[in-house]
Design a protein around this ligand. Sequence first.
Ligand SMILES: Cc1ncc(COP(=O)(O)O)c(C=O)c1O
Length: 399
Amino acid sequence: MLSKRALNLKSSPTLALVAKAKELQAQGHNVISLTVGEPDWPTYKVAAEAGVNAIQTGFTKYTAANGTIELRKAIAMRAEADLGFTYNPAKEIAVTSGAKYAIFAALQVLCDPGDEVIIHSPYWVSYPAMAELADAVPKIVDCKAEHNFKLSAERLEKAITPKTKVFLFCSPSNPTGFVYSKEELKAMADVLKKHPRVAVISDDMYNRLMLNGTAIAPHLLQVAPELRERTVVINGGSKAYSMTGWRIGWAMGPEKILKAIGDYASQSTGAPSSIAQAAAEKALLHSEADIKNTIELLKTRLDAALKRMAQIKDLQVYKPDGAFYLWINVEKFLGRKYKGETVQSSAQFGKIYLEDFFVATVPGEEFGEPGYMRLSFATETAKFNEAMDRLQKMIDQMS
Ligand SMILES: Cc1ncc(COP(=O)(O)O)c(C=O)c1O
């Protein structure tokens, strides 16, 4: 019955892990989940109230497929204030049902069958699957610790072939939290300038959640505005505004691509939720103080997490510049025995940690980098520390 597309499709591994953690929880276990990429604090009051108000005042009908003009104007205002970019809200911005769908739709309208999409590992789990759903070929460039988990200009250049259509990247990165510097972006831009048919998707999902003292992550278009006409900029309400369940994301870029994304959405999801759009508009206009508090909270939690993790022998932790993930290396524990069985991979390590110690994390295999794990620290410190106590217990039981 099923199409080849469906047969080839893997479900989102992070969501599968969340489901497994929930199953264990339902069996009565005290499960700590460090898996999912979502803040544990509520949607800011100003946005929540705007959502309630939208319901109560009957703002509950279809909007334009590419979003309300009010929200698009708020998005344009933020792009100007945060990055100094000017986008025309009428023609160069589309609101989508989540940023995930904005990336999906961008790949759908940019790629023909067989086109290559350059993605570097460790990558956000959905990128390769989304490229495949566009009938494109994900061309994964492996970026290990020695590469600082980032793509250098040289390695980007080597990966480009006549079939390359899109370069898709994310800064701050999910899963590492690493950020590309202006110099690194400039070097990549110089390579991209030599290849005019390569479009860029810049996933800026975490760019306001900076933990290194800067207000916003440096942007490719700041160092190379010439790339604007072939760059799609992605962002959304989920992370900085703690609106994961509202499902609001957006794309900004040149009119031709943005019109295609809007048309694509109009024939698939239709307009995003009117209620969520009303909430996101107010969030974008009035959340600066809340975001400041969020960043302070994340910094405190990060410091506490790093301090606690430093006590775990042989655990290597990479301090993130942004987002709310800790990328850790567990290779030193591989080859050790647990309950008489040799632990061979980070996936197996994660499975034991979940099934015997009831802590859910995401193994590096899911991000294309075995040997690592991703832990979310958008979690109360007491809970995080309890998870680390359990990790220590697990390690103590390994020989
Ligand atoms: C790197 C990255 N991009 C995009 C998204 C999509 O977010 P949403 O669809 O919730 O807007 C996420 C969410 O986890 C992410 O981590």
